[in-house]
Design a binder for this molecule. Structure first.
Ligand code: ZN
Length: 201
């Protein structure tokens, strides 16, 4: 999903001219895969059920509907920053960098918060935020909404936070760019770029 997109096209509906992959169904509807940018990492596999199970066996439980209790168990086995835990598909499946930003903002938690430092209340809020944000995203995406309309925090540097109106900030962390609201999430503190501070040390 970094640059790849899967689209289902009804019969007669116009789609990309040269998709990376196209599957045409009886009746003429299509499933098309495209990948933007120069880096080509998308792939298509044909697997039988046993192979599919082996292929997906490393994935954690589905993020949607995870619940506070299960999330509480998961985070007690983790010792790292929240943004990193949420994005790890082996731990929880289904959250990418953009939704990690949206979810943490909704839960009013710092992306740099340590998993082991969360209170019970924080875990409950985080579990609720995962469900609310993913449902919101699914609903919008199913109606065909683009990134700009779907995200409220991700990729919104300098734009007003939808809760408090402060400008959204950005920090680079582990190959990813995190977007957050300093007012809502970090008690007004601006997060330091971990990669930069590592280089300067
Ligand atoms: Zn805010």
């Amino acid at each position: 999903m970094t640059a790849g997109r899967l689209r289902y096209l009804q019969f007669g509906e116009r789609g990309p001219k040269t998709p990376a992959f196209r599957l045409v169904f009886e009746g003429g509807s299509q499933l098309v895969l495209t990948e933007a940018g120069a880096k080509k990492r998308a792939g298509v596999w044909l697997l039988n059920p046993e192979e599919a199970e082996a292929e997906l066996g490393h994935l954690g439980p589905d993020a949607l509907g995870l619940g506070a209790e299960r999330l509480g168990e998961i985070r007690s086995g983790e010792s790292r920053r929240l943004h990193s835990m949420l994005r790890d598909q082996r731990v929880i499946a289904g959250i990418g960098r953009a939704w990690a930003n949206e979810i943490l903002h909704h839960a009013k938690l710092s992306p740099y918060a340590r998993t082991q430092d969360l209170s019970l209340d924080d875990v409950t809020r985080l579990a609720e935020a995962i469900d609310v944000e993913l449902r919101r995203g699914l609903e919008l995406r199913e109606r065909g909404a683009n990134d700009k309309r779907t995200y409220r925090v991700h990729d919104k540097l300098g734009e007003p936070c939808y809760v408090c109106g402060s400008p959204i900030a950005r920090v680079d962390f582990e190959e990813h760019t995190i977007y957050y609201c300093p007012e809502c999430q970090t008690g007004g503190r601006v997060l330091k770029d971990r990669r930069l501070s590592r280089l300067l040390r």
